[in-house]
Design a protein around this ligand. Structure first.
Ligand SMILES: [Zn+2]
Length: 400
């Protein structure tokens, strides 16, 4: 197998050859049958079959097994890129943790490790921890880091698509840091970076609740409120990486002060910060959001009410987003999403009330779907892996 050839096929942004399109599709979607490949690439079945024979001969594509094609007919063989062909690294630069996932090109996770780090850590210290986690991951694997196809970085703040600079501090000490300068010397492979929400959207699109959707909105309800906009299978990043920052749409300029410095942002009303404090007063000790969700699911009335109210407030904000995008799908993410119907029902009700286009007036196919996210904790880091598999955006370390 020719690894250079695979690298170049993956990096080709608009592959013209059938082989290039097949490799890109398998990289983006994981395993699938030849019939699915034909449908997704728009190539004739015979063209797919010829190209696949060549790709299998050069060992770039392998058969992984079979999946039932329904009650009639024999099961279809599924194909993936050869897992031996290369690895991708996903890195999450979090508030108080750093996570590194190593996966291969067949979408198999080889290692997933998180290190807790002091909240005001310096970028240099962060890079050191990343290096330790990567060294440990590869030491435990039989695969060599030489086969690295790319690195994705998820960071809690907008990342400039042009310079690779973290534009605003979602994390203390990281505002103004140039990710290319920090991580470039460490890797001899393309580096991709985006903010956490955008990475979560990529994870949902690739493996989660938005599979099969090319256009959707991710809406995050947590201590912060945020999101991402996906259009035509690409995350909209904006000129400075700030697209999809739903939490900081100003609802009331005379409202309470927001952590961003403005007043009356959506986040002030829809964040779970205050409700979490109220839940702590209710039980008399410190809680995490997951604890409040568990108490609510166990029947605690106060916690149920707090989550319901968060859903109502979140739905008001979502009405605004719905009026701007009228999306086919909204994936509700953040730790509150694990409350299921306790959150989703009041959210959907409030969304309907505050939307211009009412679902009840629409036929089924024209109604916005609301779904909780599939990923609860490691969505952003998986999305960082997805940045590489999907070659999302221009790599930081290649000329623009
Ligand atoms: Zn704000």
């Amino acid at each position: 197998m020719n690894q250079i050839e695979l690298k170049s096929l993956l990096a080709d942004r608009s592959p013209e050859t059938p082989a290039g399109r097949i490799v890109r599709t398998l990289s983006e979607r994981g395993s699938m049958s030849a019939a699915q490949l034909a449908r997704l690439t728009g190539l004739a079945k015979s063209t797919v079959s010829t190209a696949l024979s060549e790709l299998k001969r050069s060992n770039m594509v392998v058969e992984t097994g079979s999946e039932s094609a329904g009650s009639v007919g024999r099961p279809a063989t599924t194909l993936t890129l050869n897992p031996e062909a290369g690895t991708c690294i996903g890195i999450l630069i979090g508030q108080s943790e750093i996570q590194v996932i190593v996966a291969d090109v067949s979408h198999q996770i080889l290692s997933d490790a998180t290190a807790v780090i002091e909240p005001d850590y310096s970028p240099a210290r962060g890079v050191e921890v990343v290096r330790e986690l990567i060294d440990a991951a590869y030491a435990n694997q039989w695969r060599s880091p030489d086969a690295l196809l790319g690195v994705g970085i998820a960071v809690g703040g907008p990342v400039s698509p042009i310079t690779g600079e973290v534009m605003r501090g979602g994390i203390p000490n990281w505002a103004g840091v140039n990710l290319h300068e920090m991580f470039g010397p460490m890797f001899d492979a393309p580096i991709f970076a985006d903010n956490e929400s955008n990475c979560s959207a990529i994870a949902e699109m690739t493996w989660g609740a938005a599979q099969g959707f090319e256009d959707f909105v991710l809406y995050t309800l947590d201590l912060g409120v945020g999101g991402a906009i996906v259009s035509g299978g690409r995350v909209l990043r904006g000129i400075a990486g700030g697209a999809g920052e739903f939490g900081h749409v100003v609802i009331d300029p005379d409202g309470p002060l927001c952590r961003c410095g403005n007043r009356g942002c959506l986040e002030v009303y829809a964040s779970f910060r205050e409700p979490l404090a109220a839940a702590e007063r209710h039980v008399g000790h410190a809680l995490r959001i997951a604890d409040v969700v568990r108490l609510a699911l166990d029947g605690d009335e106060t916690c149920r009410r707090l989550i319901r109210q968060a859903g109502e407030a979140g739905g008001r904000g979502l009405g605004l987003i719905g009026s701007v995008f009228n999306p086919a799908l909204v994936v509700v993410s953040g730790r509150l999403a694990s409350a299921g119907a306790l959150l989703m029902d009041p959210l959907a009700e409030s969304f309907e009330r505050f939307s211009l286009v009412k679902g009840r007036d629409m036929p089924d196919f024209a109604r916005t779907l609301l779904r909780p996210s599939a990923f609860v904790d490691n969505g952003a880091c998986m999305g960082a892996v997805g940045l590489v598999l999907r070659h999302h955006g221009q790599p930081l370390n290649l000329p623009h």
